[in-house]
Design a protein around this ligand. Structure first.
Ligand code: KIV
Length: 277
């Protein structure tokens, strides 16, 4: 049975649609986005009140142990996106288009973006790239699919960047980012991620566009922030970027629970009579 508080919250809480997401910028409401990859985590984060859940291609690293986002496939992304969509009632669910699912042709990009909505039940897609991706964004948006852009450090191009380097420090890079942000807005993107962007540059971009900017390692002046759920829960050990704030330390909690179970099995303390039939 649901509680009084749950019923009351249900009456006041509204589903975040793309237009409500955009409207937050003009209202000055900061937007909180987290990544999610599975049904139950999505349910917990949705219940906590997150505005949007991004099924990030970071799943490649934080769930599959790869050292980059490059190996993840459409099939894997669609399975995780469907699980997150099924667990979400209020947050806007965004599916992250994996490497080479949209870069080689407009037809491929549209077909794969469509699969995120049809098979993954996402409400929008995200893809990486600036001005060079504007035509792709435009074509997908023309098909009725909302697109979130992603500029700054774009992890699918990690080999071109040669490492996780802060973007928007030099004049040429600032100009490219500003031009890209404006091109993405003109192409119809409803929002964009700014990843690892120098904070004054991120502020300039945020002021230059009418759609929300969602920062990750881009300072306080973006319209919202996104972090990877495994990072904030202490479930990813391979590296910890400076911009990550860890809100829980679940790895030792999991290890402790598992070692207690192991000890109980070995000693015969589990199962008890009450846990038997
Ligand atoms: O894949 C991902 O998790 C992302 C966010 C970090 C923006 O793209």
């Amino acid at each position: 049975m649901s509680s009084y508080k749950e019923n009351k919250d249900k009456k006041t809480r509204k589903k975040i649609t793309v237009s409500k997401f955009i409207a937050k910028k003009s209202k000055g409401d900061k937007i909180a986005v987290l990544t999610a990859y599975d049904y139950y985590t999505a349910r917990f984060l949705d219940r906590a009140g997150v505005d949007s859940l991004l099924v990030g291609d970071s799943v490649s690293m934080v769930h599959y142990g790869e050292d980059s986002t490059l190996p993840v496939t459409m099939e894997i992304m669609l399975a995780h996106t469907k699980a997150v969509s099924d667990g979400t009632e209020y947050a806007l669910v965004i599916g992250d288009m994996p490497f080479m699912s949209y870069q080689s042709s407009l037809e491929l990009a549209v077909a794969n973006a469509g699969r995120f909505l049809k098979e993954g039940r996402a409400e929008a897609v995200k893809l990486e790239g600036g001005i060079e991706m504007a035509a792709t964004v435009k074509r997908i948006v023309e098909c009725g699919i909302p697109v979130m852009g992603h500029i700054g450090l774009t992890p699918q191009s990690i080999h071109r960047f040669g490492g996780a380097k802060v973007q928007g420090r030099k004049e040429k890079s600032i100009a490219y980012l500003l031009e890209s942000a404006q091109a993405l807005e003109e192409a119809g993107a409803f929002s964009m991620v700014l990843e690892l962007v120098q904070k004054d540059t991120a502020e300039k971009i945020t002021k230059a566009v009418h759609i929300p900017t969602i920062g990750i390692g881009a300072g306080i002046n973006c319209d919202g922030q996104v972090l990877v759920i495994n990072d904030i829960l202490g479930l990813y050990e391979d590296f910890k970027p400076k911009f990550v704030r860890q809100y829980a330390d679940l790895a030792p909690t999991i290890e402790k629970a598992a070692s207690e179970f192991i000890a109980d099995v070995k000693s015969g303390a589990y199962p008890s009579d009450d846990e038997s039939f």
